[in-house]
Design a protein around this ligand. Sequence first.
Ligand code: SAM
Length: 212
Amino acid sequence: MILLEEEKKNLVEHLWSKGIKDEVLLKAIYNVPREKFVAPALRKFAYDDSALPIECAQTISQPFTVAYMTQALGVKQEDKVLEIGTGSGYQAAILSELAAEVFTIERIEKLYENAKKLLTELAYNIHLKLDDGSLGWEEFAPYDKIIVTAGAPDIPHHLTQQMKSGGRLVIPVGTQESQRLFVVAKTDEGLDKKIYEYFKFVPLIGEEGWHT
Ligand code: SAM
């Protein structure tokens, strides 16, 4: 237990040294038990700054990637946030520590079921859906913030349509091999895109994603 606290503290300090200065976000990373989102055999690596495999050939993202994207998203306490790519549910849990309401979509049934069970056990009040997230979640739109945690070939129109004016979308865009992080701000005049670091994500598969 003491070891776990030490590992969490080390990870937070490491993220701080890599430029993650948002104290509320660092507290959320400290609070969310990442070891519960990975298989028992991988728990000893839960607080390493590395991506880890989860079921169905998918991954739980590297903590730095989660932190970098979440910081870029600029989540506020009153925000309604949509995540595409639930995976293990870890990023959704982080968002839930920061925002008023969190919605998350996963396309693989097994991962959706696992995440739903775990997030309920951990008492996170998150809305989950099994579907193609490249089309967003029209029923609860518009969202203040949207984060896509899989690599897309382009920015899905459905997602920009479901953002509030003044809202923000964070999405990795590129090839299936590598993507750059796009931060898209929606204003009354249109979309303002900024392009940041290179990342490597599993593909966003769907109607407005990759087709294979
Ligand atoms: N956010 C996750 C976490 O915290 O564990 C990690 C996400 S993993 C890198 C990407 C996830 O996106 C995978 O679980 C994959 O099945 C999912 N995915 C890919 N295309 C999708 C789509 N069109 N709609 C919803 N989920 C999708």
